[in-house]
Each structure stands twice: as C-alpha cells, then as structure tokens.
Ligand binder design. Sequence first.
Ligand code: ADP
Ligand code: MG
Length: 580
Amino acid sequence: MVGVSAHVVRVSGSLVELVDLPEAAMFDVVALGERELPGEVVAIEGDRVTVQAYEDTGGLAPGAAAVSRGEPVSARLGPGLLGGVYDGLLRPLRDAGTWLAPGATRYQDDPRQWQFEPSVTAGEQLSAGDRLGSVVDGGPVKVHVLVPPAGGGRVDRVVPAGSYASDAVVATVAGVDVPLTQSWPVRRARPSRERLDTVEPLQTGQRVLDLLYPVARGSSAAVPGGFGTGKTVLLQQIAKWSDADVIVYVGCGERGNEMADVVAELDALDDPRTGERLTRRTVVIANTSNMPMMAREVSIYTGVTVAEYFRDMGHHVVLIADSTSRWAEALREFASRTGALPAEEGYPAGLASALAAFYERAGHVVTLGGSTGSVTIIGAVSPPGGDLTEPVTAHTQRFVRAVWTLDRDLAYARHYPAVAWSGSFSRDAVAVGAWHVRAGDTQWAHRRGRVISLLAEADRLTTLAELVGVEAMPGAERVAMLAGRLLREGVLQQNAASRSDAFCSAAKGAALVDAVLAVVERCGALVDAGVPPATVEALDHGPLLRAREETGPDDADGVAEHMRSMLDRLAELARSEAAP
Ligand code: ADP
Ligand code: MG
C-alpha cells in the first residue's frame, strides 16, 4: 500500500474535498482523518479530489490528513466468511454474537486459525483458478484456495497440511505468494472461462415460482412490490429453502431491526439440505437504513464479489439484494450532492447501466479452474407508491430474466406469497420446461400453461360475475371460477410458517396441480350431467385444499391420497344427486 499524504479542505455531508493527492485515481480508497474513515474517490478536477465517505463524517474538519490506499474498494476473500455478518465493505459487524456499532468496525486481525490441506505439490504446473488446496472447517461448504485470476505457472512451494492464520501464505506460484485470504476490487467482475447456456432450474421450493415463473441457476430475478407486500418474507424463504450451496444476503437500506430479525432467524434454523445450521452456508451483508447511505452503494458490489468467490470454487450461489431501490436511492443522493445532471426522477443518467452491470454479474459458468458454478441474483424492488413504471422498476424489468410482481390486493387478502400471475413473467420458462422433460417430467410445460390460462380465465369471469351476478353465469364458467379458487388456495398459497408447506419439492408441486385439475375435471362432468353448480361449489373441498399442509414437503403420494378422497366425495355427490 502506498501512503500518499493529502489533506481535507472541505466537508459537506459525506462528500469530502481533498488537495495534494497527486496519484489519485477514480474509485481508489482513501482513509480520512485520524479515525481513518474509509471513502472512495468519486471525482478528480485539477488538484481537487472529491471523496465519498462511507461513514459518518462527524468530527472531520478541514486540515485533517488523508491517505490514499492506492487501490480500489476491495473485498478480502478468505476462509471464515460463511456464517458472518458484515458491513458493505465486508468488515465484521458481529463478533461472537455481539453487534459492533457502525463506525467502530475495522478490518480486525482475525485471530482464528484455519486447517489448510494442499492438493498440489511443488513443481506442478497450474493455471489461474486451479485449486491449491482446501480449508477444512467441518462446515457444509467446501472452501478451496485457488490460484488467483491473474496467476498461474509452476508451483514453487506449497505449505504442508496444518493450521494457518487468515493471511498466511500457503503457496508460491511462479514467484507469486498466494495467501489464504485474497483481495478483489468489488466493482470488477471476477473472470470465468466461459458462460454456459445449459439451463437448470434453481429450485426455490416456492410453488408459484417453481411451477409458473421459474428462474434458472445463473439467471436473475426481480421482486417488485409496494411496502408490506411480502418482498422480504419471500426473499427469506428463498434464502432458507432454495437448492443453492451458498446464500449471500445483502440487506440494503432496509430497517435495521428487520435485518437483525433475518440474522436471528437464519441463526435459529437448521439447514434441511445439510442438517447443519443454516448460517453455515450463508454470508450476510448489512447496510441498513441506520447506517450511512453511501455505504449502501458499494454493498451490492461487495455482495456479488463474495458470490463470485464461492462460484469460482464450483458452488451454486444465490445472491439476494433487499432492496435494490434503496441502493438506487443512494445513487440519486450521490448525484444530487455532486451536482450531476439528473435524468428521470432525479436518478443519474447512469442508472440503467448501473442496474444492467449489476445483473450481468449473474451467470452459470465454467470457472477458470474448469469446474461449473453459478451466481443467481434476486433483487427486491420497492417502487414508491407501488408505481411499477418508475425508473428503477422499469429498467430492472429489462435486465432480469424473471419478474415476480407482488400484488397489493393479494397481500391485503392474505394470499401469500402475493406473487401476481398476471404481471409476472419468466424468460427462462421454455428452457426450464425442456430441462424438466430431460429430468423425466414431460408434463411440466403443459401443466404450467393450463394453470396460467385457468387463472386468467377465472379472473376474467370473476370480473364478469361481479357485473351480472354469479347466478347468471353458465355452469361451465362457474366451474372455471371454482378452478381458479382451488388453484389459488390449494396450490399457489404457501404457508411460510408451516413445517410441511414452507418448502415444496417439484414432485409435490406437480401432484398438487394434477390433483386440482383432476377434481376440476370431475366437477365439470358433474355440472354437465345436471348437478347444480351451486352444489359443486358448496361442497367441502377441504381434503384438496389441506393437502399442501397435511403432507410432507416432498410427499407427492400423500397429495394423491388427498385427491382420491376428494374424488370419492364427488362420486358420493354424483350418487346422491342421481338417487331421487
Ligand atoms: P415488504 O418487504 O414487501 O415490505 P414484508 O416481507 O416485510 O413486506 O411483509 C410484510 C408483512 O406481511 C409481514 O410482516 C407478514 O406479516 C406478512 N407476510 C408477508 N409474506 C407472508 C407470508 N408468506 N406468510 C405470512 N405472512 C406474510
Ligand atoms: Mg422488506
């Protein structure tokens, strides 16, 4: 690190002007004042350098010293990240269970030791991204140490298996030391060998997503929804249940107590996939609304960088950002403070490209070292007033592969998750359908099409029924409305608090849809045969509607049993109607 001395001439909120910083480069980190507050160079005009501070600048005054670190904002990537809670610069926020005050955080000397086991020997020829060895910590996620992206060559030396500190050098490759913990500039995507276009679904365990609007591994999805529509709850469900190896959860600008809740919940949960604590495969990055706004801007990039770090080891990673709107607000705030020419609604002209650049870091790749891994990005969008045409929502919809729109009316009616079936979409659906065929479910795309069209038909007819009265509707249309209700209540709603319903396997989801379709078909036949529609509607559909909660998360057979008892009930109805 070079230490170029400079001093502060002006402090205006989080913007700090410096002079005498001759080697300043855009985005370099500068340490401000005695407390060494971190900031980032955001403008250079002549000999004046403007630095965006990432912490409260209270107490910082003209004349204070400033030191350039001579490198852009970088994340320190190494063992021990999993299970931790960090700020936007990846400094630990929590130490042995206690929260550190913002501003009190520093990169601390990590006292922990790591068990490193080499997998190569001196003399071997390696390329960038190849594995040098692994850190054995007994956790569910294998943490490997790789030759850095710019490295490669002959292994001069590798340490024997043993216990090492976080920054210990464990190998020397072509004259370059490789420490356990390596640094990476967060605004630059970590390189991979190639992007894969093979599609496999990310199984989120959330039926409305997996059945109707799936997202592929390495794709991206956005969750737009007004305040209180259930964005955070849905993202937490995905963090808990999706079939990813690693979850990186970026809490960005949302309430601090909400973030503490997320962490407490993750702490308390067992991971159904590994039997370990869920936190052992989770990294939490928190820049909540009580922390300086500008640190939010970088936290998103820090999160993606951590995700790419695990991807490069050959893991499937899901990055969750809640909320990208709060991040965009930081961009807007910054633009207004620096006097940049505002574009739409005060956001800087670069908003669209910043969003595109963020979502572009999602991908399913062959890593430099030749394994496959993925980063799936899922971002919440909280449009002010629920207006989905505002700039952040509108641009985001262009750049992501799937959009899961949360509907205020559904949330109000306590239909959770409140994912709207009209207004949501998935650009991955066709490819995911082909994957299901290869995986043995030839009916996936057909089932999806049926459900979407029945829901749309039911919505249309319900609007009509409100005008003309349900009594005036033909029997077949009343059955179609019943189908909509059974699909909504028996399939799409999902109880996040239920042990058996919170996660749903693909097989159980398919069985639930098939059960509803079979029941609806039988209802239609009864009505055709002269049974009054009101009788079919008034029947207790409980055995069908309770199936999702009364069968285990992967119990397709149990669902089929529920379906049979419902069909028996309909057969009984048919007999009693025929009897007189
Ligand atoms: P947002 O993040 O969109 O503002 P939240 O995710 O915090 O909204 O949800 C607001 C409230 O809605 C929650 O506190 C909870 O009471 C209710 N809620 C949301 N999703 C669910 C769900 N899946 N099951 C039960 N309640 C839910
Ligand atoms: Mg929220």
